[in-house]
Design a binder for this molecule. Structure first.
Ligand code: GLA
Length: 390
């Protein structure tokens, strides 16, 4: 059984500081941190002015940096072999390839936003699984951004948190070129321990929803089928949603009702819109059900969400369908795929005493199906971005 632990933050930060000094000759001045996330419900609704309900994970990315006296930017990771180097003028759209684009892109976006940041040396470390649909990219962007705002002398305040989210979104959509919607960056910055974050992308508001799990664990299963949102599937779904918006003559799918959606001429566009409109309602219903501990109803809502993503939005895969079905058979009260889809992870609400049984049952089913061994993690609702002191 592979259980991915979040690591002990103080030990991780110490080791990162040491590795930074070994690599660059001097210790870092600032270490930023930002978490990965798991979305409880509300998928592909963020770019449709809808609702999402993610939780920040205890698994996080740490970014150590030190200002340089020149225009050079060096970006390295304890998880990657390649190192990116370039000048401050070479950080923008189309200029940085690969994973370093998420880090360099935030520096570019914060400079665009008016922060006169200098060249920096940067080293990152992370316990967020990569390619698992748990937003390792937003964790990287926001950890780097938190460190840069500290370097800029402003730190994280109510005002700068919004700027950090915006800069991280620009890094992802403009520098890396992944047409994602903003949920991941929002929860990486605004997440809070013990709560889920209800984000309304129409009004632009975030509300902490305290989670009383009452003897349940949020169990995430990484199918190890990797996804990449810069590839076509995500963008194609987004384009279908835009077609539906045009045909319905509404400002966004948030303003569409299911009756109108059922009248859409194109069968595929109709199914895509049906997923989004019904999913937004499921977020509202899930918040209410969670608040009253109505676990059966949470189970029905997760089940409907999963079916909608599998059949109408067509973003599931056999591994996700298997993880979800087996988790429920083995005692989870609710389970669904989570994140952008085409692989990645599922999330299940499991009575504490059934967690081991669920993990074992999913592992066994994956062996039987001939799938790669999955990994699991406990999604203890944790804090959003910050700076590590000391
Ligand atoms: C990815 C994107 C998010 C969101 C989800 C699907 O995680 O980064 O913006 O669209 O997919 O809900």
């Amino acid at each position: 059984m592979d259980l991915v632990e979040p690591g002990e933050p103080a030990a991780l930060v110490d080791a990162l500081r040491g590795a930074f000094a070994d690599r660059y000759g001097e210790p870092p001045t600032t270490v930023g941190r930002a978490p990965g996330r798991v979305n409880l419900i509300g998928e592909h609704t963020d770019y449709n002015a809808g609702l999402v309900l993610p939780v920040a994970l205890p698994h996080a990315t740490y970014a150590a940096l030190r200002a340089r006296g020149d225009e050079l930017v060096r970006v390295a990771s304890r998880q990657q072999d390649d190192v990116w180097e370039g000048l401050l003028t070479e950080l923008g759209p189309g200029q940085v390839d690969g994973w370093a684009g998420y880090a360099a892109g935030v520096l570019w976006a914060l400079r665009e936003a008016g922060y006169p940041l200098p060249g920096v040396d940067l080293l990152v470390d992370s316990t967020v699984p990569v390619g698992a649909g748990l937003s390792s990219s937003a964790a990287l962007e926001c950890a780097v951004g938190a460190a840069l705002l500290e370097l800029a002398g402003v730190g994280l305040t109510d005002a700068t948190r919004g700027e950090l989210v915006a800069a991280a979104i620009r890094a992802e959509t403009e520098v890396v070129g992944a047409p994602t919607g903003g949920m991941d960056q929002t929860v990486a910055v605004h997440g809070a321990a013990g709560a889920a974050l209800l984000v309304d992308f129409d009004s632009g508001t975030e509300t902490q929803v305290p989670l009383d799990l009452a003897g349940h664990t949020l169990l995430v299963t990484d199918t190890r089928v990797s996804h990449a949102h810069a590839d076509g599937g995500y963008g194609a779904r987004r384009a279908d949603c835009e077609t539906a918006v045009r045909e319905l003559g509404v400002p966004s799918l948030r303003r569409a009702d299911l009756t109108a959606v059922e009248g859409l001429g194109d069968e595929r566009v109709r199914r895509r819109a049906r997923h989004v409109v019904s999913e937004i309602q499921r977020v509202t219903d899930t918040v209410a059900a969670l608040g009253e501990g109505r676990w059966d109803e949470v189970g029905s809502l997760f089940d409907a969400s999963h079916r909608s993503m599998r059949d109408d939005f067509e973003i599931s895969c056999p591994e996700l369908d298997c993880a979800v079905a087996v988790a429920v058979q083995a005692g989870a009260v609710a389970a669904r795929m989570t994140g952008g889809g085409f692989g990645g992870s599922s999330v299940a609400v499991v009575p504490d005493e059934r967690v081991d049984a669920v993990m074992r049952a999913v592992d066994a089913a994956f062996v039987l199906e001939g799938f790669r061994a999955p990994a699991h993690l406990r999604a203890v609702p944790s804090a959003g971005a910050g700076v590590e002191r000391g």
